[in-house]
Design a protein around this ligand. Structure first.
Ligand SMILES: Nc1ncnc2c1ncn2[C@@H]1O[C@H](COP(=O)(O)OP(=O)(O)OP(=O)(O)O)[C@@H](O)[C@H]1O
Ligand SMILES: [Mg+2]
Length: 259
């Protein structure tokens, strides 16, 4: 049984601007171990920017990120991966010509590179390591129920399955914190149900902490323990799904939005 733990990731007064565009203004929220924490808000609210601050792609002008008690003005992508943070992308970033299995294998690269020296001087252990990586990837393929397409080039798959492969690539990093940027965008109802089930299973079976950006409010309400709401780069709500759903400011932002 999953039990929500202490704060593992803490964002404090984060502000980020691109020239004159304020993408994030004074945003603070925390993420507890093993929880599913949703970030919602209308288009352009700053949701993806928030994930990019967490994983060190964007450098905020103000504020800090505290990861397991360690303070960072800026996260460094390499350190982020080492710290067990993986992500999926709003626009898919898979190698379309490569097979499903090879795409998921790219998620193991960081773990393999750590042993490059050993691989160069001693073939035996390196070969065993390669086998161990393959076994892990096969485990993920079983978990995501994509055995039947393991050799198929990703570009030939329907969109919903490509998103599942992208999740597999992130899972191959064996993350402790998984950042999902609209994992269900563009999916039909059935694909959304499948993806929801996989997200819940990852959270439940592996204990992975999940930060989830999602537009579908039904999905958000079903999956998340707590929700933070952004609008025009500001935080306008934070709490349980029920608290957020009945928050007048949140209702106003959504009624005024195009979707
Ligand atoms: N690299 C960038 N350079 C310039 N402006 C950017 C950049 N990234 C984001 N922005 C701007 O920051 C604001 C927030 O964008 P962001 O992509 O974080 O929103 P979002 O909530 O993820 O929106 P969506 O729901 O459309 O994905 C927008 O005004 C966007 O144009
Ligand atoms: Mg976005």
């Amino acid at each position: 049984m999953r039990e929500i733990g202490d704060v593992i990731l803490d964002l404090r007064s984060v502000s980020l601007a691109f020239g004159g565009v304020k993408a994030l203004t004074d945003i603070s929220f925390d993420v507890r171990e093993h929880e599913i924490r949703a970030i919602i808000g209308p288009n352009g609210a700053g949701k993806s920017s928030m994930l990019n601050v967490i994983n060190g792609v964007y450098r905020p002008q103000e504020g800090e990120v505290i990861l397991r008690g360690e303070h960072f003005r800026r996260m460094d992508p390499y350190r982020v991966a080492r710290a067990g943070i993986a992500r999926t992308f709003q626009s898919l970033a898979l190698f379309k010509g490569m097979s499903v299995i090879d795409n998921i294998m790219t998620g193991r690269n960081l773990k393999m590179k750590a042993n490059l020296f050993q691989q160069a001087v001693w073939w035996g252990p390196a070969q065993r390591e390669e086998l161990a990586h393959r076994a892990k990837v096969e485990e993920i393929i079983d978990f995501l129920e994509i055995q039947h397409i393991r050799k198929t080039p990703v570009g030939r798959l329907p969109y919903g399955l490509q998103k599942r492969v992208d999740l597999g690539r992130a899972l191959a990093m064996e993350p402790q914190i998984l950042l999902l940027d609209e994992p269900m965008a563009g999916m039909n109802v059935e694909e959304k149900q499948d993806m929801s089930r996989f997200i819940l299973d990852v959270n439940d079976q592996f204990g992975t902490t999940i930060v989830l950006i999602e537009h579908d409010m039904g999905v958000v309400m079903d999956l998340s323990d707590r929700v933070v709401v952004l609008d025009y780069g500001r935080k306008i709500g934070d709490g349980s799904p029920d608290e957020v759903r009945t928050n007048p400011e949140v209702i106003k932002a959504y009624l005024g939005a195009s979707h």
